[in-house]
Design a protein around this ligand. Structure first.
Ligand code: BGC
Length: 469
């Protein structure tokens, strides 16, 4: 890179750096924020820490046929799951793309009518005889912040990840789903509501046989379009819940860690992060998610490139050549998919020729070698920050639950799902590296393992449904 440009880029890259000291401090801050969230009602400052009314972690012996409906990103997934009671299951599933005009500028009735129609289509295709049988039980994975008041009741707190249908806020999402299922006379009862992270935790716990893996599953987490995690908390540490009403030792908590440190007391905050936040429908909320998850990585890169362009460091000739414009996928928000970054991340071809093709094909963006070097340096800085930040909640929860397993010598594992953790090159390694720096189990021989629990949320919803009366 030309020395002058290099000085500028080095400075920007440094803004995305995460120090070892930060990792340790942020982990302690995360634990403190968990305590606040478990003690008090909703506040912007602390994570919601939502009780899920799931009081047992599966042991692999659960049985029966259940349905799951999964809404949380660009697709609605319907599955039927036959739990066989031996850590295994059979699964049939169909995915339906959510039309963009049902994600915003529409009504929740229209969206839920679409979801009910897809449940019907799925049953017609895979379970033709369902009309002759009893009502099937459905677990609804709804992966947005919801205040749950029972296993099958919960109201939407706010939309995330680009959805924006304001009329659903504060309304019960199960009631609405059931209403549209009944309007279509489908023989299905929605008996459980689950976040995708809760589903991932339960499904990994179902598949995991601790006698074989020598590990207990302690977290279910998603690093995909959005990010979040769930874990099992003991009742004595959930002051906001009247535990006398429940059997057992504790309950699964949906942390909604996307909202960790919305007040920005510790999270890194660059001018690029501020610009991205302003472009979203939930400004000032989910600020941790906006630095970590797949929906935002491409946008942070785009905004950073545009700022460097405005300062005359890159794309100056391109702009002139085009008569005073930049390609629209660079100038308009949300046009750079995380997938594009994953190719650039690992490009080691001469003169970054592979990136040249990717940028041309995906963004219609012609680049010089200098510009590609800039783009790659920024891509790596942004994704490295995301991976290191991702380690914070995982390490914090590990530290917090360790006492629950005092008399158990098995290792710990996390059940993880989502495009970023599954596919982004080097992401898992970087997360592990940061966890090692934090060292949440200092002095203990226990190891930590990352396990991909692919499409776990559907099976998890079925497991939730299996516990419903
Ligand atoms: C939502 C969570 C969800 C996560 C991952 C976040 O935006 O608030 O409820 O678990 O995305 O899908």
């Amino acid at each position: 890179m030309e020395p002058q440009l290099k000085t500028v880029i080095d400075k920007v890259v440094a803004e995305f750096a995460i120090s070892d000291e930060f990792l340790r401090k942020a982990t302690d801050k995360f634990i403190a924020s968990m305590d606040h969230g478990l003690a008090s009602g909703p506040s912007k400052e602390h994570m919601p820490m939502i009780p899920t009314y799931v009081t047992d972690i599966p042991n692999g012996k659960e049985e029966g046929l259940f349905l799951a409906g999964d809404l949380g990103g660009t697709n609605f997934r319907v599955c039927s799951i036959n739990l066989k009671g031996d850590h295994t299951f059979d699964l049939k599933q169909s995915k339906y793309k959510i039309p963009l005009d049902l994600m915003k500028n529409s009504t929740s009735d229209e969206l839920f009518s679409y979801l009910a129609a897809k449940v019907e289509a799925f049953l017609e295709e895979h379970h033709k005889d369902y009309k002759d049988n009893d009502h099937l039980k459905l677990g609804f994975t709804f992966s947005f912040p919801v205040y749950q008041t029972s296993l099958n009741r919960g109201t939407l707190i706010r939309w995330t990840k680009g959805f924006d249908l304001p009329d659903l806020v504060d309304k019960d999402v199960v009631e609405l789903f059931q209403k549209h299922i009944e309007l279509k006379k489908i023989k299905v009862n929605v008996v459980a509501l689950a976040n995708d992270t809760v589903g991932t935790l339960l499904s990994r716990a179902y598949s995991n046989n601790p006698d074989v893996t020598k590990s207990n599953t302690i977290v279910g987490a998603i690093f995909g379009t959005g990010t979040n995690g769930a874990y099992f908390e003991t009742f004595d540490r959930i002051p906001k819940l009247d535990s006398s009403k429940f059997k057992g030792k504790g309950m699964v908590i949906n942390t909604e860690w996307g909202s960790f440190d919305n007040n920005l007391t510790i999270l890194p905050n660059t001018k690029y992060d501020e610009i991205v936040d302003k472009e979203t429908a939930n400004v000032g909320y989910h600020l941790f998610e906006k630095r970590v998850s797949g929906m935002f990585l491409g946008e942070i890169l785009r905004v950073t490139l545009i700022e460097l362009f405005k300062e005359d460091h890159i794309f100056v000739d391109l702009y002139k050549k085009r008569g005073g414009s930049l390609p629209h996928r660079l100038s308009e928000p949300w046009q750079i998919d995380g997938e594009v970054l994953s190719y650039i991340q690992i490009d080691d071809s001469t003169d970054l020729k592979m990136s040249e093709l990717v940028l041309q094909n995906h963004l219609r963006l012609p680049t010089t070698k200098q510009e590609r070097l800039v783009i790659q340096a920024l891509t790596r800085a942004i994704s490295h920050r995301a991976a290191y930040l991702s380690a914070v909640p995982l390490a914090a929860i590990t530290k917090r639950v360790a006492p629950q397993y005092e008399n158990d010598d098995k290792d710990f594992e996390f059940g993880l799902d989502g495009s970023v953790i599954e596919f982004y090159p080097g992401f898992q390694q970087a997360v592990m590296e940061a966890i090692k720096i934090i060292d949440p189990l200092k002095g203990s021989p226990k190891q930590i393992h990352l396990k991909i629990a692919k499409d776990g949320s559907g099976v998890g919803a079925a497991l939730c449904a299996s516990t419903a009366k």
